[in-house]
Design a protein around this ligand. Structure first.
Ligand SMILES: Cc1ncc(COP(=O)(O)O)c(C=O)c1O
Length: 412
């Protein structure tokens, strides 16, 4: 009899083909056959310019290549270069840190690493992480890899409006059975829908969490995954809500997954940070200690060159201004593409989830796999999700957008 698995029981059966990769491979095959003008490849979560070239920030590219050998290749400290950690905090808040709070950061490989640490260090084995029903797949992967699970609340009502009731109900249910609760918010510019929570949403949510936290045995951890923060509008507008996290009790911890992947368009250089914010110095010290330990235990240290890059940019007003301006051009490029699509979707009667900003647009459909398959027949490549299909406007040249909503409506 053949041996079929040597993996430990908790690892047996996990893994399998990656959905996004499979779609993008098919798109590339179609491009090879038909040429890139004829193929709409809306599968990739990276910015491509209108000539179809990978987009980078010139200032980032230039400054990185100027770094010395040791800054590029030597180890960084386990927790991250101290100047980097401060730069990650400063860049994230840009003056909007909630009053009377302490903030600490630990370097991680992208926002992914930050999410990993919150899941592992702030929930017990077997507990559930609360996420919305429209979510970035790796939340579940990270939970499962760490022997946790996820529970999902309904993000939009039948009119496709965001409401907090389902989140509140699920929170109360979970707090009945577990004392630690990590809830992940991917805002602004949510992946996959492009929804951004409003200040009103946050005021209501914070009022609710303060109520939950009256029971001091509960440890309430909010994880703000802000991977797309800098593609959601002017820096001061998009960060304003952070000030609302003031006057929270000690048993609510705000954590932020900071990522350089999109903000500096250096996805592959794997640099980010987990930021912890609390009115209690003791809680943020513990935060820094446990997460630095997890760094040592998982990937050791991060990429020093990327850390030095951010530290330099944040310390130099001219470099900062240049990178902001270059990024803003890409923000406007994506916004223009999305504006065209949203307007035409309305005209064509194509229902989409509320989009404010960001890399992706989602169209809810009954059978996403069949819908994606049908669109493939028209050489439109999208990613099927559980309840819809995701279109990466970040990757589509503007000339391919006019008429696309209508084509999708007709094909479906
Ligand atoms: C919703 C969301 N969160 C976090 C990330 C983290 O990316 P990284 O680990 O490259 O920072 C991504 C990347 O695609 C994402 O879409």
């Amino acid at each position: 009899m053949g041996i079929h698995t040597l993996a430990a029981s908790h690892a047996t059966g996990k893994g399998g083909p990656d959905a996004v990769f499979a779609v993008s491979q098919k798109a590339n095959e179609a491009i090879a056959r038909l040429g890139k003008e004829k193929v709409v490849n809306a599968s990739i979560g990276a910015i491509f310019d209108d000539e179809g070239r990978f987009a980078a920030l010139d200032t980032v590219d230039r400054h990185y290549r100027r770094l010395s050998k040791d800054e590029l290749m030597n180890y960084a400290p386990i927790a991250g270069l101290p100047q980097y950690l401060q730069a990650a905090i400063d860049f994230t808040f840009q003056g909007n840190q909630p009053a009377n709070t302490f903030a600490r950061a630990v370097a991680t490989p992208g926002g992914t690493g930050a999410i990993h640490h919150v899941v592992y260090n702030y929930t017990e084995q077997g507990q559930k992480i609360l996420i919305p029903d429209w979510y970035w797949g790796p939340y579940q992967t990270i939970a499962n890899e760490n022997l946790r699970d996820v529970d999902a609340y309904r993000m939009f009502n039948e009119k496709n409006q965001f409401t907090l009731d389902p989140l509140q109900k699920k929170t109360q249910e979970l707090l009945q059975v577990q004392d630690n609760l990590v809830t992940i918010f991917n805002t602004p510019a949510h992946n996959p829908t492009g929804y951004s929570m409003t200040e009103g949403d946050w005021q209501e949510a914070i009022r609710f969490y303060k109520e939950c936290a009256r029971d001091q045995s509960k440890k309430i951890i909010l994880l703000l995954d802000m991977a797309y923060l800098d593609y959601a509008g002017p820096a001061q507008e998009t960060r304003k809500f952070l000030k609302l996290f003031t006057g929270l009790p000690d048993n609510i911890l705000i954590t932020i997954a900071f990522s350089m992947s999109k903000a500096f368009l250096i996805y592959g250089m794997r640099s980010g940070a987990l930021i912890g914010v609390s009115p209690s110095q003791e809680i943020v010290e513990e935060f820094a200690q446990v997460n630095a330990y997890s760094n040592r235990a998982t990937w050791s240290n991060g990429s020093r060159g990327a850390q030095r890059l951010l530290a330099d940019i944040v310390a130099d007003p001219q470099l900062k201004r240049q990178t902001d301006e270059e990024r803003d051009k890409f923000y406007s490029l994506i916004k223009n593409r999305a504006d065209i699509f949203v307007r035409e979707a309305k005209e064509a009667g194509l229902v989409m989830l509320p989009y404010h900003a960001g890399f992706f647009i989602t169209i809810p459909v009954g059978d996403p796999k069949a819908a994606a398959e049908k669109l493939t027949g028209s050489n439109i490549f999208v990613v099927p999700l559980k309840k819809g299909i995701r279109l990466a406007v970040c990757a589509l040249p503007t000339y391919q957008i006019p008429g696309l909503a209508k084509r999708i409506k007709e094909a479906l």
